[in-house]
Design a binder for this molecule. Structure first.
Ligand code: OVV
Length: 415
């Protein structure tokens, strides 16, 4: 058994299948379906000796572990590193990497800033930016959708929603790659992402300061909570950092994965053209199908159990959200992309007290993009092979060449 430096050699309790797999192997990250299936097949919980961790991938069990914040902590990190034993790569997030009661106070500030009422005020911004970008792309017709659409849209609108005075789209995307690769092992992916840290981390930290933010964005709302004494000024800066950590790579991935789904399932695009009320359900199905955040972990804070198997205190548990979202015991024909499925309970936004606090703004961004496309585009066609970009926590595309075929009579030149 390979033991990873700093990890305790946890012996699996009797009855837990042992699986000699590397979930962070680049080939698995690029094409995880076989890994997801085998994980679900092996049992309710499996032991992975390579990292001395347990992993869950069946829907009910994954949901249970992921939302059981009493037994399965976030404060020891949601990746392979146990923050109790090893120093985290950056000061821990005060909303993600924290447990109640500390979590309750910061979560309240963030859910107020990201409430449906506030997100609604960004509707015009999102729509006009989406329309301008799609009009631009229709002029060229064929383009690389990861950079030209999936990255371009959130890096245009999100800094404006937050109220950032300093905008550097490249730094925001690269920081996302660091944050999400950091939850994996010390592999080539994590090292490559971290190679940018020296330049990017200080830029991010500076961008979170009160004087680098406008007085009418999400950042200002968080600093208002500092003014009222709800949080400290330093905590406000840390919560703005959470916007920048969790708000870019995730929505970039959501848009890219949505375009992948529709370019590969033209019948579902036809269906959406006929019934625009399916825009939101369609996005939920994209999330279920592709699980942009494929894996996050928890740490057993005390001796507990998973599906009747004993689990020692200090055990890391990988919650493989991508496997749970494809579990045939929960989702009939899980590999079919059906925009009218309405996959209530999918785990792409997590579950429980740590469930994605930004999910309303994510839905708002996707609604704007899909709406702008529906108004203008007859077909979204592949213009070359899709290439996936391995990442320790995110299932995202690296390349997605597509052609947008405009609707008859819809010319971007006439606008
Ligand atoms: C959900 C999430 C992902 C990544 C980072 C953070 C949150 C954060 O709070 O920094």
């Amino acid at each position: 058994m390979t033991l990873i430096e700093g990890h305790r050699p946890i012996t699996p309790a009797d009855g837990i299948p042992v699986w000699d797999v590397d979930p962070y192997d680049a080939d698995i990250l690029r094409d995880p379906a076989g890994y997801y299936g085998r994980l679900r097949e092996l049992g309710e919980v499996v032991y992975i000796p390579r990292y001395s961790v347990l992993a869950v991938g069946r829907y009910e069990t994954t949901r249970k572990v992921f939302s059981d914040h009493d037994n399965f902590l976030s404060s020891r990190g949601v990746g392979l590193n146990d923050f109790k034993l090893e120093d985290p790569w950056r000061p821990p997030s005060i909303i993600l990497e924290v447990d109640p009661p500390d979590h309750t106070r910061t979560r309240k500030v963030m859910s107020r800033a990201l409430s449906p009422r506030v997100v609604k005020t960004f509707g015009d911004l999102f729509r006009s930016a989406a329309e301008a970008i799609v009009d631009d792309l229709l002029k060229v017709g064929t383009f690389e959708a990861v950079t030209d659409l999936a990255e371009r849209f959130p890096t245009t609108v999100f800094p404006r929603a937050v109220g950032m005075r300093d905008v550097n789209a490249r730094h925001l995307v690269d920081y996302g790659a660091m944050v999400f690769n950091a939850v994996g092992p010390d592999n080539a992916l994590r090292r490559a992402a971290m190679a940018h840290a020296g330049e990017i981390v200080p830029w991010i930290t500076a961008a979170c300061a009160r004087d680098r933010l406008s007085d009418d964005g999400l950042g200002a709302m968080v600093y208002a909570a500092a003014d009222s004494g709800e949080i400290t000024e330093a905590e406000a800066g840390m919560l703005v950092r959470s916007f920048l950590s969790a708000g870019v790579d995730t929505t970039v991935t959501g848009i890219g994965n949505a375009l992948w789904c529709f370019s590969r399932h033209p019948d579902q695009w036809e269906r959406l053209k006929q019934d625009r009320s399916l825009i939101r359900p369609a996005f939920e199905e994209v999330l279920r199908m592709t699980s942009p955040v494929h894996t996050f972990g928890r740490t057993a804070g005390r001796a507990t159990e998973i599906a009747g198997h004993p689990v020692e205190e200090g055990t890391k548990v990988l919650c493989v959200l991508g496997a749970a979202n494809g579990d045939p015991a929960k989702w009939p024909e899980p590999e079919a992309f059906r925009i009218d499925r309405r996959p209530v309970g999918h785990l792409a936004f997590g579950a429980g007290i740590h469930g994605c606090v930004g999910q309303n703004i994510a839905r708002g961004e996707l609604e704007a993009i899909l709406g702008a496309l529906l108004d203008r585009v007859d077909r979204i066609e592949p213009a070359g092979p899709a290439v996936w970009r391995p990442n320790n926590a995110i299932r995202a595309l690296d390349k997605l060449p597509v052609t947008l075929v405009p609707k008859y009579g819809e010319s971007p030149w006439s606008r």
